[in-house]
Design a protein around this ligand. Sequence first.
Ligand code: NAP
Length: 270
Amino acid sequence: MSILVIGGTGTVGGRVTAQLRQAGHDVRVASRHTGPRFDWTDPGTWAAALNGVPTMFVLLPDQTEMPEAFLPEALRAGVRRVVLHSDRGLDVMGLGHLQKAEAQVRDSAPEWTIVRPDWFQQDFETFFRQPVIDGRLCVPVGDARQGFIDADDIAAVEVAALTGDGLLGRLVEVTGPRALSFGEVAAGIAAAIGRPVAFDGSPGAYRAAMRADGLPDGIVESLIEGYGRLRARGDTEPTGVVEEVLGRPGRDIAGYIADAAARGVWSPAG
Ligand SMILES: NC(=O)c1ccc[n+]([C@@H]2O[C@H](COP(=O)([O-])OP(=O)(O)OC[C@H]3O[C@@H](n4cnc5c(N)ncnc54)[C@H](OP(=O)(O)O)[C@@H]3O)[C@@H](O)[C@H]2O)c1
C-alpha cells in the first residue's frame, strides 16, 4: 500500500518522502511537478493521487487553504489516516488557513495526527539565506527565543505518525532541544562563516527590508502584526516531543549551523 505525500518535494515533505522510502515504504509523491500532477487549485488533479491510498501526509504551501471538497473526496477514495503538517505559530500569527485545515482533519479523518513545528533551522538556507549572505537579517520578533527545529526531525516525527499508532489522535508541537533568539543564531552563523551577520528585530528595519524586496505594504503590515504577537508572547519553551517520539534528542541548531556552513550554504558564490 502506498503512502501519499502531498507537498512531498519541499523542505519537509522531501524529507518525509526520503525517510519513508529508506524504511522500505512505497511512496506516492504529489505536487505540481509530479506525474500525475497534483494541484490544490485544480480539483481535477486530486483523484489520481488519492486512488488506493489508505494513508496520506498533507503539507499545505504558505497561505494555501485546503479546499472544503478535498478531505471528503479523500475519505470517499479510501483514505483513513491523515497526518497534517501544521505550524506552531498558527494561533499567535493568525494563520486561518491552517486553523481551518486542522479543524477539518480532526472533525472528519478516522485516524489523524497534527504536527505543529516551530521555526525550521533550514529557514536560514531558504528565505533567510540571502539576508545572512548580505550580513543583515531583519525579523521583527526582538529578542524572543524560538525553538528552531531541524527539518529532518520534523519529518521523522511525521513518519512515526504515518507508520505507527503511537501518535493517533494527538496534536503535537515539535521544537528543537533549546530555544534561541534570532540574534543568537545570527551570532552563531557569523562565528561559523567568519563574517559579520547583524540582526535587527525591530518592525522598522523589517518594513524597510521587505519594501526594498517589493513586498506589498498590506502583506508587510500584517506580517509585522503577527510577528509582534510572537514577540509579545516572549521566549518559547522546548516541548520535548522529538525526544519522546524518537527516543533521542533533536538536533541542536549549533549542529545545523556547523553542517550548513561546511556545505557552503552562506558562501556568496554558492
Ligand atoms: N518555515 C518555517 O519556519 C515553518 C515553521 C512551522 C510551520 N511551517 C509551515 O510549513 C509549511 C511549509 O513547509 P515547507 O517549507 O516544507 O514547504 P515548501 O518547501 O515550500 O514546499 C511546498 C510543497 O508544496 C508544493 N506545492 C506548492 N504549491 C502547490 C500547489 N498549488 N498544489 C500542490 N502542491 C503545491 C510544492 O511542490 P511544487 O512546487 O512542485 O508544487 C512543495 O512540494 C507551511 O504550511 C508553513 O506554515 C513553516
